[in-house]
Design a binder for this molecule. Structure first.
Ligand code: SF4
Length: 368
């Protein structure tokens, strides 16, 4: 592990989200763990570390960089049909047993997570933005690992992306701080937040805590970011109907317009024994969200098997606005102003001003 750690550490800069403490200690303020690090020590994420009194943080590399449909993040109300150039690094501040990206997220925490040194590819922020423009991406997204632990790198890229006219987003567990939110806010448009459960004991198992995530969902919304929430529905972990109703009531109290994605789990990482989530379980969970008054509840990872739960409907006249199957769009019925084409109701989200530019079935982007 020493080789990969040396290579990771060679791509670091001094932190922006940090406070100095006596005797060369530092407090990292990027995520809600707010680790206090003595010289030579690493944070819970293992990627930020104290070198001689200076907090060093990840910068200047990617382990993944690829164009994805924005629907894969998932975002349903954020420029649907657009290409999201997505970059990822290494590390996470959680250790979820069911992580679907565990090799990159658990690097330096789990000895089974290994990658060749060449997987860490040096790149500049401007090179990433230039690639996005060449690939005609409209959105630059930080995903695959936890973006908050490398918030300085995200801000560097997003600053250049905004200057180039792109939109930006992060796909995060939401375990952020008011400090990192304020740091990101000027250059961030979209914030996809996982609500992994609605029980404190469940979050403890994942290496976090529920309350900071709830506070971040509310804070991100109040800050004017476009927020969508995802709950990976893991049988016997977070699918209790009472728990789901509490989660739905919380989201409804923040905004009925937050899209809530309930997505199917497949066995991964350490959770090999739990069965995959069935379409019926997804539909039952979605009904709970709808009963709580949420306007936009989606079921994901089971394309074509969850009825109309992949589609968007007008909350007022109930007309079909967007018909989807998986990452493909079959119909798009919003105006250039983001209103329902049938009754004119304004639909919450960030929408294209050129609906004719959207790819629908038969013209699916060959990148995907
Ligand atoms: S990002 Fe979070 S886990 Fe990592 S060092 Fe900072 S406070 Fe600790």
């Amino acid at each position: 592990m020493a080789g990969i750690m040396d290579r990771i550490d060679s791509f670091t800069i001094p932190a922006a989200c940090v406070e100095s403490l006596p005797k060369q200690a530092v407090r990292c303020t990027a995520c809600a763990h707010t680790c206090i690090l003595q010289p030579g020590k690493r944070g819970i994420c293992r990627m930020r570390y104290n070198r001689d009194g200076e907090l060093r943080v990840p910068f200047g590399y990617v382990t993944a960089l690829q164009p994805d449909p924005i629907e894969k993040k998932p975002f349903a109300h954020f420029l649907p049909g657009s290409t999201a150039l997505t970059f990822g690094m290494l590390g996470c501040n959680f250790h979820c047993d069911f992580c679907q990206n565990w090799i990159s997220s658990q690097m330096l925490k789990d000895v089974s997570a290994s990658l060749p040194l060449e997987a860490i590819q040096p790149v500049s922020a401007q090179e990433i933005v230039d690639l996005a423009l060449r690939r005609k991406a409209q959105v630059l997204v930080s995903s695959y690992n936890e973006p908050i632990i490398s918030v300085e790198w995200a801000v560097e890229i997003f600053t250049r992306a905004k200057a180039a006219g792109l939109h930006t987003a992060i796909v995060s567990n939401g375990y952020a701080t008011p400090e990192s939110l304020a740091f990101l806010r000027p250059v961030l448009d979209g914030f996809k937040i996982d609500l992994k459960a609605f029980r404190e004991e469940s979050y403890r198992k994942l290496g976090g805590s529920l309350q900071p995530v709830l506070e971040m969902i509310r804070a991100a919304k109040e800050a004017g970011l476009w927020v969508e929430v995802v709950t990976l529905l893991v049988p016997d972990f977070n699918d209790d109907p009472f728990e789901l109703r509490e989660a739905a009531d919380f989201l409804a109290s923040v905004s009925l317009d937050i899209p809530w994605h309930l997505t199917a789990y497949y066995p991964a990482y350490l959770q090999f024994n739990a069965p995959p989530t069935t379409p019926t379980q997804l539909q039952a969970a979605a009904e709970i969200g709808q009963d709580a008054g949420m306007h936009y509840v989606y079921a994901g990872n089971r394309p074509g098997r969850v009825g109309s739960l992949e589609d968007t409907f007008c909350p007022k006249c109930k007309s079909l606005l967007i018909k989807r199957r998986g990452y493909n769009m079959l119909e798009y019925n919003l105006s250039a102003q983001g209103t329902c084409c049938h009754c004119g109701t304004s639909i919450a989200g960030i929408w294209t001003e050129d609906p004719d530019s959207i790819s629908i079935t038969g013209k699916i982007n060959p990148l995907f």
